[in-house]
Ligand binder design. Structure first.
Ligand code: CMP
Length: 838
């Protein structure tokens, strides 16, 4: 018997001459979808090599002594004795039994150990032993495929006719032998049989090993014959489709369909195409990529292998991978995988218990389009297209023609705040490097602690007036500018000590003394630039005051631990430390060392956070963290850094959207054809607060709102902050022009800019949505009310023709409180900048 298992290799696919479907011959590659209609659904692959041969090593069977079992009903059969003697001469062992029952028992008993290579059955006396029945029983016993069965017959039977051997073969015999007493004849026979049995045993073991490998695959594997009758299905196949080979559909077409089946019968040797699989448990078929191969020892095919990509558990439940979704390309990466390597790595990834939530969302949405009305499908497809981008939270200016066309100032401001791009960089590169640092600004290129002599070493004595003012530190109309004045430009240390030590007792949480805290506040305040009109320590104190105010709200009191509250206060105080008074975009355009250091990414916020810790850790006298356990320190540090980084405006919508998505649920369904669902009422839902990752969103939102809370303060404060930020913007524009740098916000030119309109844009696009979300969360309606009132007032001023800073100053004078300042915030001896229109 020739068992040589040489799987046919036909390499002519690569020359384009293989048999197979037109697709197979063309070796067509799939391409990314164009439209669902012209998207190539079939990807026939002639690119990977045909199935490999079974390696010879797998078919090797070590030589072992021949085991013979004789089944002769006659007690002292001489034929039996001759056979046993021959086995002994060949170095093997022989046993004999007398009945069919003993034979089967011997096989079952020995099934794990010594299986005979050869069984010789006396077929000469049908009355005492039914040799045909016995052969069938042997073949029906497990692990007996490799045993060589020999029937001993009379010569007359052997010579009866040409086909006398056939019934024996049909019954399961391998050979028949005419009765003989010749030891030599028996010796030749048993040696030949042993060789055949060893080869068969090795091949069957190899097949068993490959079947075991298939069983351990996550791919769904089925092997059929040429007529697509299922011969083998691995465990994944049975598990996912709910069928076992023994009980399930016998024909592949009963449980599968699609292009893969067509190609399997087209003569192609190796293909890749979608297959539709029907599961027992759910009515929806699943469409998955499938790779197939036709196997044949000769030119003709004996087996066809189907390897289907695994269906994720979720898909199994929810019918992901439907025809529609694959046509839409939701499985595009897998279905276009064009080489073995890439597929292998994808398969590895699929083997991991990982799936990004966005993948699930996209597949669920795609599934939802099945059978949906066309208008719904259109919306969902649009949503899915948006979800496929990686920049999910990158802001895009709303499609508001009024805003774009009529209000370039607002566009300029919001664009500059939210954009991650620097403007006109090409222009800059053409012009070459420029001296980057402003004369009005201190150097930011080192983190050396700068000590402004008249600010260091503060004596923290509070006058009666100051003490009275600090007593009101937890009111929303806290007089921040009065504090600036009374403290002669050192509001942060005073307010910080009053709030952090006095009200929140963060020294207990941090296990530090008040003196260290005062030193910390002092060094942080010293590193704010007093010359900045806006980003100075008064802004830091203002943000700190807002955070403290928010922390007093019940919602936050119950959610945040004392250490988290402490971290929030510290982050607020330090969040803009060493701010140069120019934006990150400016620093990038100017090739400032900080921009180089932080690779143009989150330049300022990274610097504020890093410097905060550098200042703190540099000196034991200011190190408020020195007594904390390592893990506690790590936790506080993480909190402070995270909150400071959250103040970066380019991530504004990311933080806001996450917060709203987690804590607000739509209270009513959207109308089918209304895409503008942002008008729907949102209902607060705080159940998500039980998850720590959602508390992080709260902390980020808190510092963000505090950072721009100036627009939600009572009008007199809002106006003064607006004036200050505008002045800082103007100074940046002046500097950009003076240094031939790209102008980040060209509309912020002091000669032409309308302050009211910039504020209207700021409130419309940045403030309102965020404050509404935050106000609802902490139950602080005044945040929204002040923003609305300020918005209305800016409108009035705009209508009245107010544009410049001077106009705003005049308008401020009419406000009941406080008198507008004529200079930048009072400093204690550093530069004082006078606005040009004075
Ligand atoms: N009233 C305001 N008008 C315009 N821009 C503002 C106002 N308040 C804050 N901003 C901007 O919002 C930014 C928030 O982060 P920064 O403090 O880095 O810088 C701030 C300013 O650029």
């Amino acid at each position: 018997m020739d068992f040589e298992m040489d799987v046919e290799v036909d390499n002519d696919e690569n020359t384009g001459s293989s048999s197979g479907s037109p697709g197979a011959r063309a070796g067509r590659r799939s391409s990314l979808a164009l439209t669902p209609e012209d998207e190539p659904l079939v990807d026939v692959a002639n690119r990977s090599p045909p199935p490999a041969n079974i390696p010879n090593a797998m078919l090797y069977s070590p030589p072992e002594p021949l085991e013979l079992l004789c089944v002769f009903p006659e007690r002292a059969s001489r034929v039996c004795a001759a056979a046993c003697a021959a086995v002994a001469r060949a170095g093997g062992e022989a046993r004999s039994v007398r009945s069919a029952r003993d034979t089967l028992e011997a096989l079952r008993r020995d099934s794990d150990t010594k299986q005979p290579h050869v069984i010789v059955v006396d077929a000469r006396q049908p009355q005492t032993l039914d040799a045909f029945l016995l052969a069938r029983a042997v073949r029906g016993t497990k692990n007996t495929q490799h045993i060589i069965l020999i029937a001993v017959v009379k010569k007359s039977v052997y010579l009866k006719d040409d086909f006398a051997v056939l019934p024996y073969l049909d019954a399961g015999y391998n050979r028949i032998m005419v009765e003989t007493l010749s030891a030599t004849a028996w010796c030749a026979e048993v040696l030949q049989s042993r060789a055949a049995a060893s080869a068969a045993r090795a091949q069957i073991a190899a097949v068993a090993a490959l079947a075991a490998a298939a069983d351990r695959c996550r791919d769904l594997i089925a092997v059929t014959d040429e007529q697509q009758k299922i011969l083998l299905a691995n465990k994944s196949w049975s598990k996912v489709l709910g069928w076992r080979v023994e009980e399930g559909p016998k024909q592949l077409s009963d449980t599968a369909g699609g292009e893969a089946l067509r190609l399997a019968t087209s003569g192609a040797r190796d293909w890749e195409a979608p297959i539709t699989l029907r599961r027992r448990t759910t009515p929806d078929p699943v469409l998955v990529p499938c790779r197939g191969a036709a196997i044949g020892l000769t030119k003709s095919t004996s087996h066809v292998v189907f390897v289907c990509e695994p269906i994720h558990a979720l898909e199994t439940e929810r019918g992901r991978g439907s025809l529609h979704s694959i046509r839409r390309g939701s499985l595009d990466v897998r279905s276009v995988a064009s080489d073995g390597l890439r597929r292998t790595s994808l398969a590895k990834l699929q083997g991991l218990p990982l799936e990004a939530p966005i993948t699930k969302v996209i597949s669920l949405l795609s599934t939802a389009t099945e059978g949906a009305p066309p208008s719904t499908v259109a919306y969902i497809e649009r949503a899915v297209d948006m979800l496929r981008t990686s920049e999910l939270y990158s802001p895009q200016m709303r499609d508001d023609p009024k805003m774009r066309v009529e209000d370039p100032i607002a566009t300029d401001l919001i664009g500059a705040l939210l954009s991650r791009e620097q403007v006109n960089t090409n222009l800059y590169f053409m012009q070459g490097p420029t001296n980057t640092l402003s004369s009005r600004r201190s150097s930011n290129d080192s983190t050396v602690v700068r000590s402004q002599t008249n600010r260091s070493n503060i004596k923290h004595k509070t006058t009666g007036q100051l003490r009275e003012l600090l007593d009101t530190a937890l009111s929303w109309d806290f007089e921040i500018f009065k504090l600036e004045e009374l403290t002669r430009g050192r509001p942060l240390a005073h307010l910080g000590l009053a709030l952090m030590a006095g009200r929140f007792d963060i020294c207990s949480a941090l296990e530090c003394d008040e003196r260290t805290l005062l030193h910390w506040l002092t060094i942080v305040e010293t590193n704010y630039h007093a010359v900045n009109t806006y980003h100075n320590s008064t802004h830091a104190a203002d943000v700190l005051q807002a955070v403290a105010y928010f922390l007093e709200k019940d919602r936050l009191k119950t959610v945040l631990e004392p250490l988290e509250a402490a971290a929030a206060l510290l982050a607020a105080a330090a969040h803009d430390v060493d701010h140069p008074g120019t934006s990150s975009a400016f620093l990038c355009n100017a090739r400032h060392p900080l921009a180089v250091l932080y690779n143009d990414v989150s330049v300022l916020e990274s610097h504020h956070a890093a410097l905060t810790f550098k200042l703190t850790l540099n000196d034991d006298r200011v190190n408020i963290f020195k007594n904390l356990e390592r893990d506690t320190y790590k936790q506080v540090r993480h909190n402070v850094i995270d909150m400071i980084l959250a103040t970066e405006m380019t991530k504004h919508f990311e933080h806001l959207a996450k917060f709203v998505n987690v804590f607000y649920a739509k209270s009513s369904g959207s109308k089918e054809d209304n895409m503008h669902t942002d008008q729907e009422p949102l209902a607060l839902d705080t159940t998500a607060l039980s998850l720590p990752e959602n508390v992080v969103l709260v902390k980020r939102m808190m510092i963000k709102c505090a950072d721009v809370s100036n627009a939600s303060r009572p009008q007199k404060f809002a106006f003064e902050w607006a004036r200050r930020i505008a002045e800082e913007y103007f100074l940046q524009t002046d500097e950009e022009k003076a240094k031939d740098l790209p102008v980040v916000m060209p509309m912020f030119d002091r000669a032409t800019c309308s302050i009211p309109r910039s504020q209207i844009g700021f409130i419309d696009y940045i403030i309102m949505d965020m404050m509404e979300a935050w106000a609802g969360f902490i139950d602080m309606p005044e945040l929204v009310n002040h923003a609305r009132q300020n918005h209305a007032r800016w409108h009035e001023l705009d209508d009245a023709g107010v544009t410049t800073l001077a106009d705003v100053r005049r308008a401020q004078r009419h406000l009941a409180l406080p008198a507008p300042t004529t200079t930048n915030p009072p400093t204690t001896g550093t530069t004082t900048t006078t606005t040009t229109e004075e």
